[in-house]
Write a protein that binds this ligand. Structure first.
Ligand code: ATR
Length: 276
């Protein structure tokens, strides 16, 4: 019997996850179906439970439900606990298991697909919402020389830096800095984890930030480069990338969590890029 999976969100119509998972399933010879389910804003839990009752095996969770998903799990992986959010649900033995694959997806894209080695590099993450939170612990685990977080509302960045503490002695503490403190500074890697690109805006950033040797990464993606990517290019960034690879890699990690098979992602990423 075909195992049923789905992505749940609101809105959901433009989700690329069904296409990505269909590619993975074809490639791996796995007999699964993968749908997109729109949950009313106040009926997330009810919609998930209906899917489980109908025999569903697992779900990806997207905006705005990642924290609600976290709250309804019976068990959480360590990385989901650190992220405070869940994007992958597995239904097994009457229990709901919560995991998050976003951080792993980002790291695999930056290191694996884009060939940028994070170890020993200085990193600045802008933004302190859910997207930023999920990336901090995985980035720290790659042993950067510095991991700095800055946000328009500084208190949120300070709170995240306090929440995510090093897991072993080799790892540095996360530094929360104000935009003023970072004026004219330089980093090897700059990650835009704000939601600014969603509204086609350029995020507020430290003044006069030096980008000429910086790899800049926007966690968002669109057919055309985002304003953040354009800004980085205009300021001489060494390399610029959007987050489409992260999307494909987090999906691959979810597929692995569910099916125990790690799909090949390069060809899927090329297809998704062409279809943008
Ligand atoms: P989530 O649901 O992912 O947690 P959120 O709490 O809305 O989303 O967080 C989005 C992040 O993008 C926040 O860090 C937000 O900054 P504030 O905390 O100051 O609101 C950031 N953000 C959104 N638009 C921005 C902009 N134009 N410039 C800078 N930061 C922006």
């Amino acid at each position: 019997m075909t195992d049923r999976y789905a992505v749940i969100g609101n809105p959901i119509a433009h989700s690329k996850s069904p296409q990505i998972h269909a590619e993975f399933a074809k490639q791996a010879g796995e007999d699964i179906s993968y749908a997109a389910i729109l949950a009313p804003l106040n009926e997330f839990e009810k919609t998930v439970r209906e899917f489980i009752a109908g025999g569903g095996k697992g779900m990806n969770v997207t905006l705005p439900f990642k924290q609600q998903a976290y709250a309804m799990c019976n068990e959480l992986t360590e990385r989901a606990q650190l992220a405070g959010a869940v994007n992958t649900l597995t239904f097994s033995g009457g229990k709901i298991l919560g995991d998050t694959t976003d951080g792993k997806g980002l790291i695999r894209d930056i290191i694996g697909n884009l060939g940028f080695d994070i170890e020993g590099k200085s990193i600045l993450v802008i933004g302190a919402g859910g997207a930023a939170r999920g990336t901090l612990a995985p980035l720290l685990r790659c042993n950067p020389s510095r991991l700095v977080i800055a946000n328009r509302t500084h208190a949120k960045a300070a709170e995240l830096a306090r929440l995510i503490t090093p897991q072993d002695k080799k790892q540095k503490h996360i530094e929360a800095k104000t935009f003023e403190q970072l004026a004219s500074e330089k980093f090897d890697l700059l990650i835009n984890a704000t939601s600014a690109s969603l509204t086609n805006a350029l995020p507020e950033m430290p003044k006069n930030i030096q980008l000429n040797q910086t790899f800049t990464y926007d966690m968002m993606y669109a057919k055309l480069p985002t304003l953040f990517m354009k800004f980085a290019k205009q300021h001489g960034a060494a390399r610029v990338s959007d987050g489409l690879g992260m999307l494909v890699e987090q999906a691959a990690e979810s597929f692995f969590v569910w099916r125990g098979v790690r799909p090949e992602t390069k060809s899927v990423l090329i297809k998704m890029r062409a279809a943008l």
